[in-house]
Each structure stands twice: as C-alpha cells, then as structure tokens.
Design a protein around this ligand. Structure first.
Ligand SMILES: [Cu+2]
Length: 154
C-alpha cells in the first residue's frame, strides 16, 4: 500500500509571503505645519506616528513640493543653546508611537518658494524603512492657536 504524502512546501511559501506583507507602515495622525511670517527661510511638519506591528519602523525621508530641501531634524538643548541635528531616520518602536512636536523631532521644510500661510495645505510624502510611502495633505495653521504657553511640556 502506498502512502499519500501531501506536499506542503508551496503552502508554507505562500504563508511566509503573506506574513511579510502584513508588516504595516506607521499610522500617521495630527499632521500640521505652523504658519510662518513672510520671508521666513524654513517651516516644519509636526505629526504623530503610531506603530501597531511587532517590528520597529522608521521614517527615513520626507519630500514636499515648493521647498528647496526637506530634512529630518531633532531639536535639542545643549549648554543652554537650541540646536537642530539632522537625523538619518526617526524610529517608531514596535507597538509604540513617536511624536514630531515643537522642541523635538520634526520634518524641516527649507526655503519655501512662497510664504506658508494658515489655510494652505502642503502635500508631504513620508518614506518608511520598509519601502512603503504615504502622501499626506498637511494643513498650515496659526502657531498661536496650536501652541498655548507651556502646552508642549511632557
Ligand atoms: Cu529643523
């Protein structure tokens, strides 16, 4: 009598592939750009990235039309001096979130071709370490309405 042995390797391969595609890019919420005075040389994008997956993710690049350059930055205070350090990536830990907020991480928008005013929107594309990307329509808001004094303390 012959035994029938089912081949399962094909099924295993398909399962592994579907596992791979289940890795999701972070969910981005609350994106905004503070209004800048006329002639300002830069602005910034603030937002929150939430990672619901089991592996850490990272924002590795951002792009926006209408700016000479877009960089990932972190604001730090060193010896009483405010500095901005360019970042290679901004990590979002597994099952965690990373906030881009005034005084910390931000996406720097350098040399706008037109003044950034409240009421405008800017399309900002975020590129993640897993190769995915997402384009957000980010509203420009007045700074005063978004930043009550002392409101940014943790
Ligand atoms: Cu900056």
């Amino acid at each position: 009598m012959k035994r029938v042995v089912k081949k399962s390797s094909g099924w295993v391969a398909a399962f592994v592939l579907s596992m791979g595609s289940a890795v999701a890019a972070p969910v981005v919420t609350g994106a905004w750009i503070p209004e800048q005075p006329p002639g300002a040389m830069a602005s910034a994008v603030f937002l929150t990235m939430k990672n619901t997956s089991d592996t850490s993710e990272a924002l590795v690049r951002a792009a926006a039309p209408g700016f000479k350059e877009v960089q990932l930055h972190r604001s730090i205070e060193e010896n009483g001096m405010h500095k901005m350090i360019e970042q290679k990536e901004i990590v979002v830990p597994a099952h965690g979130e990373t906030r881009l907020a005034p005084g910390g991480y931000h996406i720097m928008l350098i040399e706008p071709t037109e003044t950034i005013k409240a009421g405008m929107t800017v399309p900002v594309t975020l590129y993640f370490a897993d190769g995915s990307h997402e384009t957000l329509t980010v509203p420009v808001k007045k700074r005063s309405s978004m930043m009550p004094e002392g409101g940014m303390k943790h």
